[in-house]
Write a protein that binds this ligand. Structure first.
Ligand code: IPE
Ligand code: IPE
Ligand code: MG
Length: 244
């Protein structure tokens, strides 16, 4: 299936609603997470097919560590299994794998698998797939500010040299264009500490479906809705985007 017209270059997704999907079926929440992995597979494939260049998936927030230990442990095991099972597919399909967030807070074994997957796919030039893990946008911004302060303090940078571009380069998303489209599933109208700097002018699309029920058709619908939007970036009429 090909999607034509003004494609979003970068799609970010807040994959929400796994727990409610399971609870509605009187199943433990972990079944929802398991089912959610299948959706990740389907949507990543669709992104490749639609020729999306960058996709960033919010998989685990810093705040999610406060969930019951049993659920957190399960999510970490599931993540490890995902990193193993997907490697081949990512490698052979030109997907470049990337992670943003406090990687050092993840279990050691998971960190190793992440590094392996990143290394094994670093030359791929198809979809650039980023997972946000142990991620907090406020931590990201605070860390960036600290790094720049240190550079000034130690004489590597002058205060006047701190520009928006420079700040952006100190974020985890250095080199990745800002998302054009942000999708959140399961109907919540909030951004939950995700890419706060980067979504300044991003179009937001909220689907009422729970993440495990979100299908390729729903993804396509979000893209088609995006294509109808008029992006203004503060100006008075539609802006011609370089990649549009
Ligand atoms: C999203 O689903 C997955 C993670 C945050 C890990 P939730 O687990 O938040 O599901 P709900 O929001 O409770 O339904
Ligand atoms: C956001 O979902 C985090 C992820 C999807 C990983 P949450 O379920 O944690 O967010 P809140 O608690 O509804 O804001
Ligand atoms: Mg949730």
């Amino acid at each position: 299936m090909e999607v034509t017209g003004n494609l979003p270059q970068h799609v970010a997704i807040i994959m929400d609603g796994n727990g409610r999907w399971a609870e509605e079926r009187h199943l433990p929440r972990i079944h929802g997470h398991q089912k959610g992995v299948e959706t990740i597979r389907e949507i990543v494939r669709a992104a490749r097919e639609f020729k999306i260049k960058y996709m960033t998936l919010y998989a685990f927030s810093k705040e999610n560590w406060a969930r019951p230990k049993k659920e957190v442990d399960f999510l970490m095991r599931l993540l490890g299994a995902y990193l193993d099972s997907e490697l081949k597919e990512l490698e052979t399909n030109q997907v470049r794998f990337n992670v943003i967030g406090r990687m050092d807070e993840l279990p050691k074994g998971v960190q190793e698998k992440i590094r392996r997957n990143m290394q094994r796919t670093e030359h791929n030039r198809g979809l650039f797939l980023t997972l946000a893990l142990s991620y907090s946008s406020r931590v990201e911004i605070t860390d960036a500010a600290k790094r720049l302060c240190r550079d000034v303090h130690e004489g590597r940078l002058r205060l006047e040299e701190i520009t928006e571009d420079r700040f952006q380069d100190a974020l985890y998303t250095r080199g990745i264009p800002d998302p054009d489209l942000l999708i959140r599933t399961s109907g919540e109208l909030r951004v939950s500490n995700f890419l706060l700097w980067q979504i300044s002018y991003t179009e937001i699309y909220v689907s009422d479906k729970y993440w495990p029920d979100f299908k390729k058709e729903d993804f396509l619908e979000a893209i088609q809705e995006y294509q109808k939007r008029e992006r203004r970036f503060g100006m008075t009429e539609r802006v011609k985007l370089p990649h549009g």
